[in-house]
Design a protein around this ligand. Structure first.
Ligand code: GLU
Length: 443
């Protein structure tokens, strides 16, 4: 048997990618690239109501944008016949059994158990049904869902991130693997696919630990090899757990902000690891440095500010030729040299350009203050210190300080209450434009 490594990223096409699932994709990709292995992209679309082709397209597009290219791809919805075959095998082995309870009936039973102080575990009543009873249910029009008969042995594995994981089986309900409409659930289809595609390492979030425990038993029941598991600590951001719906951290919005893929990958690869978070030279160096042993068990904090910091760093060293096609506007070399060190993302270039090169209508609340300020504009060639010189002079002349001093200047010079750092804008504007704006003239 070859010992080539094969991993997979298996998103459900029910939403756009966010940094949480991109991290899973990235770690799989890095491991494959570090080891010369294969990276499979599997689209988990057995749930027809929730899966949409547009999400599948978007997922692929975002992964490509990030540079997380795959060697193979497949779709679970193409494999229903194969799942049926595996289902029959489990039935024949006595590990999958039909159940006819409705959701309401199960709920009543559950409440009864809880009121008696018992754990709300499925009581396996369906295991005792006779053929006649089953036939009676079917005659009523009920179709069965199928549960997997767990054995009550502990499930233990050496997790590549969490170390030994031990899962006591006694108090778990036999999981449903096939819904009453015949659709196999992910717990089951994943095992069949991981086996058929030769996956050697299952790398995913720690929210899957209990699924893994069940899946180990399914692998065994089908006589399949059990892959190695690596469960990554979850990613959290200020608002709490990341999800497809919570907003924030979605790849689309990072793309809109023109953040560079390498900044995203650098952060996601290093977050929650013992390595320092810094901008990587390229994807190959990220792969080279990858090691499960560096991944911590504590939740990793995602902070978009940190991402923007890495992105800024990346921007600072780039020549105009490398960003030209990504800009919505045309700028010259001189302007690029001036602003790039101030940028958090490429999208801000347009902002700077418009502020400096397009006429604005200044906002003037106190014309006299503007007039005095205009008189304080430094003479001669302006440099990085000119702003300081200017505001000191205005302060001396008017006695104003803090917000009272600065806000009217900002409003006059930019017509906005916030935006790029004034000292730099000021230097770029130059004396003549600044004078006009302080006097309330469109310039
Ligand atoms: N489709 C599953 C999910 O998105 C895959 C989990 C797995 O990696 O096995 O949660």
């Amino acid at each position: 048997m070859s010992d080539a490594i094969k991993v997979r990223f298996a998103p459900s096409p029910t939403g756009f990618l966010h940094v949480g699932n991109v991290r899973t994709a990235l770690i799989n990709w890095l491991y494959a690239h570090k080891t010369g292995g294969t990276f499979l992209l599997r689209i988990d679309d057995t749930d027809k109501e929730r899966s949409e082709a547009r999400f599948e397209d978007a997922i692929k597009e975002d992964l490509q944008w990030l540079g997380l290219t795959w060697d193979e791809t497949m779709r679970q919805s193409d494999r229903f016949a194969r799942y049926e075959e595996a289902k029959q095998e489990l039935i024949a082995n006595g590990r999958l059994y039909p159940c006819y309870e409705t959701a309401d009936e199960l709920e009543v039973r559950r409440k009864l158990q809880v009121s008696r102080g018992k754990p709300p575990v499925y009581d396996r009543a369906a295991l005792k049904l006779t053929d006649a009873e089953k036939a009676a249910f079917e005659a009523e029009g009920r179709t069965p869902h199928y549960r997997f008969l767990l054995n009550d042995e502990d499930v233990v594995w050496q997790d590549l991130i969490r170390g030994e994981v031990k899962f006591g089986g006694q108090f778990a309900s036999d999981p449903v693997l096939i819904r009453a409409d015949g659709v196999p659930l992910f717990t089951f289809s994943t095992v069949v696919d991981d086996h058929d595609t030769g996956i050697t390492h299952v790398i995913r979030g720690e929210d899957h630990v209990s699924n893994s425990a069940v899946q180990v038993q399914i692998f065994e029941a089908l006589g399949y090899n059990i892959p190695q598991f690596a469960h990554m600590a979850l990613l959290v951001m200020k608002e709490g757990k990341l999800s497809k719906r919570s907003g924030g951290g979605d790849i689309r919005s990072l793309r809109e902000k023109a953040v560079f893929p390498l900044a995203v990958n650098s952060l996601l690869a290093k977050m929650g690891t013992s390595d320092a978070i810094e901008l990587a030279e390229d994807m190959a160096s990220l792969a080279e440095a990858f090691d499960f042993g560096k991944m911590g068990r504590a939740a990793a904090n995602y902070d978009e500010e940190e991402l923007l910091r890495l992105n800024t760093k990346l921007l600072h060293d780039l020549p105009l030729s490398e960003v030209k096609d990504k800009l919505e506007i045309e700028i010259d070399e001189d302007f690029w040299q001036q602003v790039r060190a101030n940028l958090h993302s490429l999208a801000e270039v347009k902002d700077w350009w418009e502020l400096v090169h397009q006429p604005i209508t200044p906002v003037i609340e106190d014309a006299e203050y503007g007039r005095i300020a205009a008189e304080c504009l430094p003479e001669g060639e302006w440099n990085e210190q000119s702003w300081q010189e200017f505001t000191n002079a205005v302060k001396d002349k008017t006695g104003r300080k803090g917000k009272e001093l600065f806000m009217p200047l900002r409003l006059a010079l930019t017509a906005r209450t916030d935006g790029p750092e004034l000292p730099k804008v000021f230097t770029l504007l130059g004396r003549e434009k600044a004078r006009k704006r302080l006097l309330g003239e469109a310039a």
